[in-house]
Design a protein around this ligand. Structure first.
Ligand code: SF4
Ligand code: SF4
Length: 362
C-alpha cells in the first residue's frame, strides 16, 4: 500500500522536519506553517449530494480577494511556507484568477498541489503541466459517464472531458483519483481503478463517505462492506504494481467511529494553515463548522489568527471522531519526551528523510 496517508511519517520529511523540530522545541507559534491549504473559491459547478461543504458552497464570500492573496503569497514564501494546496470548500478552478494564481505560485517557486473535481482541467492543462505541481488529485467517484453524472449532478459529457485531461496531464505529473464510496457507486471501485490505471494515473484513493452535518463516517450495511473489501483486494491482487497503488484510511473498515483524544491542543494543525474566503479555520475538518475569521492581510496577522483559531479547539472535547492527524499529535508527544530525556537523540537519527515530493505532504 502507498504511504501517502502515513501522516506521522511525514513529520520527518525534508519539507516538515525543520518545523517538527520547532514544535518539539516549543518554538513554533511565531512561525508560518510550512503548508498553506488554500480554498480560493467557494463556488462550485457540480451539485453533489454527498458534499460535506454543501452548507457553505456557493454561499457568501465566494472568492479570496486577488490583491490580498497576491501579497500574502509573496510574504508567506519569504517567511518559509513552501507548499500550497489548492483545494475544497468549492472548486478551486472556478476562481476568477486561477491562471494568474498558478503563474504567481510558479514564479515564487512554491511546490503546488491541486484537489479538484476536474471539470475545468481542459482549460488549464498546459498551465498545470508547466507549473511546479507535485501532485493533482481528481474526485472521479465513478467508472463511467452515467454514474459520474448522477453522483456529481453534472452533464454526461463531463466525464470524458475530465478523463481526457487526466490522461494528458498524467504524462507529466503525478495524478491520483479519489473515489468516495456512496450507495450508487460502490460496485464500481474496481472498474474505476482499472480504467484510470490505463490513463497513467498513479493511485486511487478510496474513502468512506462523511456526514455533512457532523463529519462522522456514514454507516453502511455489512453486505456492502464485504463487497468493498472484495474489490479492494481485487485491486491489490490484479492492478497494484510499481506504477499503480491503492490507498485508503484505516476508517475504511467503518468500525473506527470514536477516537478519544487526551490532548487539549492540536499541534498537528500548525503544519498547515487553512485559508478560505471566510477566513482561517484550525483545520479542514472545522471548515464551515466554526465561524471563520477576517481575511489576514499580512503574514504576522495570519499567524496570529491561526494560533487563536487553533487555541479555541480542545481535541479532547471537540474531536472525538476519527482524525487521520491524531497520530501526528501522539508522535509529537513522544518526540517531546525524547527531547526532554535524551535531547541528543533527536539529531542522531539522520532525519529528514526524502520520501519524494509528491508523497511528503501531510
Ligand atoms: S465537486 Fe466538491 S465542492 Fe463541488 S459540490 Fe461536489 S463535493 Fe462539493
Ligand atoms: S485532532 Fe481535531 S483539530 Fe486536530 S486535525 Fe484532527 S480534527 Fe483538526
Amino acid at each position: 500500500m502507498d504511504d501517502r496517508l502515513n501522516h506521522e511519517q511525514k513529520m520527518f520529511s525534508k519539507t516538515n522536519w525543520e518545523f517538527t523540530k520547532k514544535i518539539v522545541e516549543g518554538n513554533f507559534e511565531s512561525q508560518v506553517s510550512p503548508i498553506l491549504t488554500l480554498d480560493v473559491s467557494k463556488k462550485c459547478n457540480f451539485h453533489c449530494n454527498h458534499c460535506v461543504d454543501q452548507e457553505t458552497v456557493n454561499k457568501d464570500n465566494l472568492e479570496i480577494d486577488w490583491g490580498i492573496l497576491k501579497q500574502l503569497l509573496v510574504d508567506l514564501k519569504m517567511q518559509g511556507c513552501s507548499c500550497v494546496e489548492l483545494t475544497g470548500g468549492g472548486e478551486p478552478t472556478t476562481y476568477t484568477h486561477f491562471k494568474d494564481l498558478i503563474k504567481l505560485l510558479s514564479l515564487l517557486q512554491y511546490r503546488i498541489a491541486l484537489i479538484s473535481n476536474g471539470s475545468n482541467l481542459h482549460k488549464y492543462c498546459d498551465d498545470i503541466i508547466n507549473a511546479p505541481f507535485d501532485w493533482i488529485r481528481i474526485s472521479l467517484d465513478s467508472s463511467n459517464a452515467h454514474t459520474h453524472s448522477v453522483v456529481h449532478g453534472c452533464s454526461l459529457n463531463v466525464f470524458k472531458s475530465i478523463t481526457d485531461s487526466v490522461k494528458k496531464i498524467a504524462k507529466y505529473k503525478t495524478v491520483g483519483i479519489s473515489f468516495l464510496i456512496l450507495p450508487n457507486n460502490y460496485k464500481e471501485i474496481y472498474n474505476c481503478a482499472k480504467y484510470v490505471k490505463e490513463l497513467n494515473v498513479k493511485y486511487i484513493e478510496v474513502k468512506p463517505e462523511l456526514n455533512f452535518k457532523d463529519r462522522e463516517i456514514t454507516q453502511i450495511d455489512d453486505k456492502i462492506k464485504e463487497e468493498i473489501k472484495k474489490q479492494i483486494n481485487k485491486i491489490k491482487n490484479e492492478l497494484c504494481d510499481d506504477t499503480f497503488s491503492i490507498i485508503y484510511p484505516s476508517s475504511i473498515n467503518y468500525s473506527q467511529m470514536n477516537q478519544e483524544k487526551k490532548y487539549t491542543i492540536c499541534e498537528a494543525c500548525y503544519y498547515r494553515t487553512v485559508l478560505t474566503p471566510s477566513g482561517i479555520y484550525p483545520c479542514s475538518y472545522f471548515r464551515g463548522l466554526t465561524d471563520g475569521t477576517e481575511i489576514p492581510t499580512s503574514w504576522e496577522n495570519m499567524v496570529k489568527i491561526r494560533n487563536s483559531e487553533i487555541n479555541k479547539i480542545n481535541p479532547s472535547k471537540q474531536c472525538k471522531h476519527f482524525c487521520a492527524r491524531n497520530k501526528i499529535n501522539e508522535c509529537i508527544n513522544i518526540l517531546c519526551r525524547i527531547k526532554k530525556y535524551a535531547p541528543e537523540f533527536i539529531d542522531y537519527l539522520g532525519w529528514p528523510i526524502d520520501y519524494g515530493n509528491d508523497i511528503e505532504w501531510m
